[in-house]
Ligand binder design. Structure first.
Ligand SMILES: CN(C)C[C@H]1CC[C@H](N2C(=O)N(C)Cc3cnc4ccc(-c5cc(Cl)c(O)c(Cl)c5)nc4c32)CC1
Length: 334
């Protein structure tokens, strides 16, 4: 008998555990009606304690975000004891493992990945969110090597908008900006740019710019902002890294400059796209028809419920049918 009978009754067949964390575990599962694979983050509410607000924050953020490089939310299921977050399955694993596998990436491959991160973070900031915990472990790949940013448990949506200052010190020290580890007030957008600089360095160099087993040593290195520039780095790469890993947040490159930076545009001739993934919000008649036939309810009634985006089983079925259609599979329900 499955440990999580709720999930089976909600239309998911559980498979193996694909990861764990302080929050609980993430399991691979199959959505029975569409046959699509999903990742389900399973949290025991009685054990979350002070982390419960982080969970609610992440769910709220994921409900408001729809972008090709941000992990898609399909459904939220809550019981007395557990919270289940059903999301897009990223079968390509962590970006971190991809870098380690190849020891380091070519400038062009780094650029191809980095443009996707710029696109996602620019969209995040435009929607008033700062991620605040950007690192290679929080960037996954799907089967087409598209990047998917995950883990919004530390994201912030400052009340006064992205120009207002934050104070909470959070995230992983290795990727944290100087102002964040100093405990001074900071702008969420500026600390995200610093973390993106650390990720770009990891892509191009296959190691981290600031490392130490001793936390005090690590903080000193970050606050000094000095790092090794390996011989293979082009002048364009070095110049961009210096503008991102700039200790003074006021002098650090801004996302609007980053989008138009010559290194970012090289070979593409255009800036990364900052559009939303509005396909998820649009009304797809073929998917509506499949659901309408399956539950014998009029398409317009189905759409009137779907367009409320309640992230219930109907939202999941619709979004997963859209996925099937995008992947060229037949738009049918079992
Ligand atoms: C180390 N972390 C604190 C947890 C780790 C758990 C496994 C997970 N994962 C992996 O590590 N693969 C290697 C497989 C995999 C495949 N698809 C996934 C889809 C979504 C997520 C996901 C996980 C969490 Cl904790 C989220 O908050 C969100 Cl928004 C999304 N994780 C996935 C995931 C990556 C993170």
């Amino acid at each position: 008998m499955s440990r999580y009978p709720t999930l089976r009754s909600c239309g998911y067949e559980l498979d193996r555990t694909i990861g764990t964390g302080g929050f609980g575990k993430v399991k691979l599962a199959t959505h029975t009606l569409t046959g699509e694979k999903v990742a389900i983050k399973i949290m025991d509410k009685t054990k979350l304690g002070k982390d419960l607000p982080r969970v609610k924050l992440e769910i709220s953020a994921l409900k408001n975000l729809s972008h090709p490089n941000i992990c898609k939310l399909y459904q939220v299921i809550e019981t007395e004891s557990h919270c289940y977050v059903v999301m897009e399955y990223c079968s390509g694993g962590e970006l971190f493992d991809h870098i380690v596998e190849k020891s380091r990436l070519s400038e062009m491959e780094s650029r191809m990945f980095f443009r996707q991160i710029i696109s996602a973070v620019s969209y995040l900031h435009d929607n008033g969110y700062a991620h605040r915990d950007l690192k290679p472990e929080n960037v996954l790949l799907d089967r087409e090597q598209n990047l998917k940013i995950i883990d919004f448990g530390l994201c912030a949506k400052p009340q006064g908008g992205m120009d207002s200052l934050l104070l909470t010190s959070c995230g992983s020290p290795t990727y944290a900006a100087p102002e964040l580890i100093q405990g001074v007030k900071y702008h969420g957008s500026e600390v995200d740019i610093w973390s993106m600089g650390v990720i770009l360095y990891a892509l191009l160099c296959g190691c981290l710019p600031f490392e130490s087993d001793n936390i005090d040593e690590l903080f000193k290195k970050i606050l000094r902002g000095k790092y090794v520039e390996p011989g293979w780095l082009s002048s364009g790469s070095k110049r961009l890294l210096r503008r991102m890993l700039c200790v003074d947040p006021l002098k650090r490159i801004r996302i609007s400059e980053l989008i138009n930076d010559p290194w970012v545009r090289l070979g593409f001739g255009c800036p990364p796209s900052t559009k939303t993934n509005d396909i998820d919000q649009c009304k797809d008649m073929e998917c509506l028809e499949a659901i309408s036939q399956h539950c014998d309810i009029d398409k317009e009634i189905i759409w009137s419920r779907l367009s409320k985006w309640k992230y219930d089983s109907e939202t999941a079925t619709y979004l997963l049918l859209l996925n099937k259609k995008k992947n060229g599979c037949p738009v049918v329900l079992k």
